[in-house]
Design a protein. Structure first.
Length: 152
């Protein structure tokens, strides 16, 4: 039995989770400076913990429509291929323990929509959680674009 801690967050009312090992911190939404000619899913840049960080709209990256930012909106600060990025989520509201044996492979129809970053599906109490692998949310080309954003 292998238990891992996961952060539970919301996107468009659906519960998702990511391994706490992939998350540096959960931050309040801060002012984000929009960048001209950036990819659709890049909201812009902000300063977090003294560093300029590109901000990724996780909903847009996953093919979901954008929604209004609220007081509940959070930034999940993470590393993707050695680049520090912030993922905007509707809420980040829980840390839970999930037994690895309860994570099932995601149906291929879901994987086709959300790409390689959907690690699986876990049943937790009365709900299903889609488990994301934040390390794979951006592909190599997208990480290169994000690096260009930081370097400008």
């Amino acid at each position: 039995m292998s238990i891992e801690k996961y952060i539970v967050f919301q996107l468009k009312g659906q519960a998702y989770a990511a391994s706490i090992q992939q998350i540096i911190s959960i931050e309040l939404l801060q002012e984000v400076v929009a960048l001209p000619q950036a990819s659709d899913f890049i909201d812009g840049i902000t300063t977090l913990r003294g560093e300029v960080v590109p901000i990724i709209d996780l909903k847009t990256r996953m093919g979901l429509s954008r929604s209004q930012k609220t007081d509940q909106t959070r930034i999940l600060l993470s590393h993707v291929n050695n680049v520090q990025v912030g993922f905007v989520v509707d809420e980040a509201n829980d840390v839970i323990d999930i037994d690895a044996s309860t994570i099932e492979e995601a149906p291929t129809t879901i994987k086709g929509v959300n790409g390689d970053f959907l690690k699986g599906v876990a049943k937790f109490t009365d709900r299903l959680l889609l488990i994301l692998d934040l390390e794979h949310v951006l592909n190599y080309e997208e990480v290169s674009k994000v690096k260009q954003v930081i370097e400008k």
